[in-house]
Design a binder for this molecule. Structure first.
Ligand code: ATP
Length: 294
């Protein structure tokens, strides 16, 4: 089942959350519709906190949130959301002694699939969707990291959810596994809403129709990946030496330097990428220290 194309799956405004002195989210607003949206941001930007709030695992201190037409502040609202939601957390909490089948079956029981035969059919379906039919009898401890990640994704797919929330789903995967995983996620994004967090700008280019940039608890950008790249038009250039006045400056494989910031007169301009747009937006120095409240 998919929700009507005109109705956003998630609508959030003014979401704010503090952990003690740390202001993790500060007035976050965004809208999610069908397709894959990437949540991009440096360490400590608030990505996991935001995903947990949308997944109803955490309540914000302030703000308004509608998920799949329901209000997660109420008990019935949370239940309605959870029935139509698939969530892949950063640490899925596997029992290593379970087989892949047993783990996904356990999740299916928690998702209230009571009829044993129908539930087992569903477990086989989701394991096949992530390409793990042949490994379903293997214990989780005997699977590679990439296969474990696919088991976790299979668990998130139980019940064919309308909204999928994936917290850094490709972290720790080798390049081939990452490509395979992206392909699976791209297919899932057709006809449903997927929100995934990532540090990788190339993942956003490869996979996402929309991107939200979060930095120190605030939304710095919401739009298409090409629009994020376009932010850096006229502000990316190359030269033979490092440029201390640039916001970011790094040596590339060609032996030349690539710079993002305000170019000097006569600079050799380059076509901007999503990474360039992202680097212009986020305060990399501050991000390394987290979002300490004043
Ligand atoms: N349980 C907690 N208690 C206290 N502070 C927390 C807690 N969880 C997160 N934080 C802080 O809140 C801020 C946002 O953290 P969050 O994990 O949401 O960021 P993130 O963007 O997911 O980071 P990463 O990319 O490193 O996973 C950080 O400063 C973090 O240190």
């Amino acid at each position: 089942m998919t929700i009507a194309a005109t109705m956003p799956a998630v609508r959030a405004s003014d979401l704010t959350l503090r952990y003690g002195r740390t202001l993790a989210l500060d007035g976050v607003a965004f809208t999610l519709r069908d397709g894959v949206t990437g949540l991009l941001g440096p360490n400590g930007a608030g990505k996991t906190t935001l995903l947990r709030i949308v997944a109803t695992a955490l309540a914000p201190d302030r703000g308004k949130l509608t998920v799949l037409g329901a209000d997660p502040r109420t008990g019935p609202g949370r239940l309605a959301v959870r029935r139509r939601l698939g969530y892949l957390p950063q640490d899925p909490g596997f029992h290593p002694g379970f087989t892949a089948f047993e783990f996904v079956d356990y999740v299916a029981i928690l998702k209230e699939l009571a009829d044993r035969r129908a539930r087992h059919d569903e477990v086989r379906r989701v394991l096949a969707a992530v390409g793990l039919e042949a490994q379903r009898g293997k214990r989780i401890r005997a699977l590679s990291g990439g296969m474990r990640q696919r088991v976790a994704l299979a668990a998130a797919l139980v019940g064919d959810p309308d909204l999928l929330i994936l917290d850094e789903p490709t972290v720790g995967l080798d390049p081939e596994q990452r490509l395979r995983f992206r392909e699976v996620i791209a297919e899932l994004g057709a006809g449903r809403t997927v929100l995934l967090s990532t540090h990788q700008t190339e993942e956003v280019m490869a996979l996402c129709q929309r991107v939200i940039v979060l930095d120190r608890g605030t939304v710095r950008f919401e739009g298409q990946p090409a629009e994020l790249a376009e932010l850096a038009a006229g502000r990316v250039w190359t030269s033979a030496a490092r440029e201390p006045r640039a916001l970011a400056s790094w040596r590339t494989g060609t032996g030349h330097y690539r710079h993002v910031g305000d170019p000097p007169a006569g600079a050799e301009l380059l076509t901007p990428t999503v990474e360039d747009g992202y680097l212009l937006l986020v305060d990399l120095g501050a991000a390394a220290h987290g979002a300490e409240a004043a």
